[in-house]
Design a protein around this ligand. Sequence first.
Ligand SMILES: *Cc1c(COP(=O)(O)O)cnc(C)c1O
Length: 494
Amino acid sequence: MDRTPRALLARLAALRAADLPVRGGRTMAYVYDSGLPGVDELAQAAHAAFAGVNGLDMTAFPSVVTLENDVVGQAAELLGGGPGTVGVFTSGGTESCLLAVLTAREHARRRGVTAPELVLPATAHAAFHKAAKLFGLTPVSVPVDPRTFRVRAEDVDAALTARTALVVVSAPSYAHGVVDPVAAVAAAAARHGVLCHVDACIGGWHLGHLRRAAQAPAEGAGEEPGVAQQEARVPEFDLSVPGVSSLSVDLHKYAYTPKGASVLLFRDAELRRHGWFAHAAWPGYPVVNATLQGTKSAGPLAAAWAVLRHIGPDGYAELSRRVHTATRRLVDGIGGIEGLYVLGAPDASLVAVASGDPELHPFVLADEMRLLGWYLQPQPSFAGSPSNVHLTVTAAVAAPERIDELLAALAVAARRARRTGPPAVDPALVGLAATLDPDTLGPAEVALALDAAGVGADGALPPRGAPVLAVLEALPPRLSERLLPEVVSRLYGG
Ligand SMILES: *Cc1c(COP(=O)(O)O)cnc(C)c1O
């Protein structure tokens, strides 16, 4: 292989060509594009300047303390923080959620809770199940209202016990983009003396700025009639709500900073300290870790700081307003496409689109959209939520002409998907799957199942995802959880 920098960079560029685009607003999951000129260049320069700085030791690199305090302070100010509010800058939403749970578990231990439980809506992010698994808590899943997809406070209340270490609510949930009744749940938690975490990973930055925009309408706010009223309806969700003890907000989502940036806020430093790890009983340097990582690049922190300061509150308010208007237009437009409907009433910028027509399957719709140059994320049916496709509206998608394009593409894709018909799942396969015990499944049976689902020996998936997803959806979740890692293992040579 040619080792010159130029050749290696060319190779990297060639590899990227097979990926989804990260800019341009047609990839409606995983990536967040402000669409603003110069933001990426600024972020990259800041990232590069701090890439080698190690956030492991803040005494050796005091710049990280200054930057982190500033970024955390901006998040606290936006999201209802008071004088005692403190926080931690983390590598992303998953790490923020993990640390919220770890902190609550340690806090509960101090109260003598030895078998801690994590009470969470069925719609809570998977990161909380990961936390429960890693940190030894029992997840107690509370079903949500099948029509609104919001958890009911009385159901959460009924699930609280003396062992509950933490209650989680979403603002909004990833799958349906709806905000749980934060105030009512937090009040119930407070009555039981239990901590309450608001997962505002995806929506916190957007909703916070949308609310701010409504409170102080900026120039141009009058252009869109009805928007101000909508903005005023941002539900209560942040640290100012009595009973809320922590909140996570990702900057690498609606703050449009490079990946590796999230903030976990705590109501006070006393709570935060339960999540920290200190170790002096080894021959090396004295250790204090506020996060799960040891050595960590300050690149994402510096980039986040620069982007936050550059776009600024007014800039974010404008982006939030645009995203909000575009999401309303999108929701209205989808209502006009035969067969499609929106699940629940989205509170933020995430829209889940299902089908009322058995001939028009959402997974096939996603395949057809991909062929038209749009990536929408398929979401399998679960606990009363039917199969659907998920659309994340970011600022780059929010231009009026882009929403028109998207709606036109959806109408075309819906027609084509109806013509293709729903994916067929072999009932014999499903019947067989029902008899399998995921815990005792051997390598030969796993291989057979993956082959039957159309997964290649190298982990490659067929160009059309619908048939594989339909099989996956038909399997019990525990069996899917056994098979999915095997698909990934094949990709990595296993
Ligand atoms: C994205 C997200 C997370 C997890 O964040 P990552 O940055 O992907 O690790 C947690 N909760 C919600 C609601 C999210 O949307």
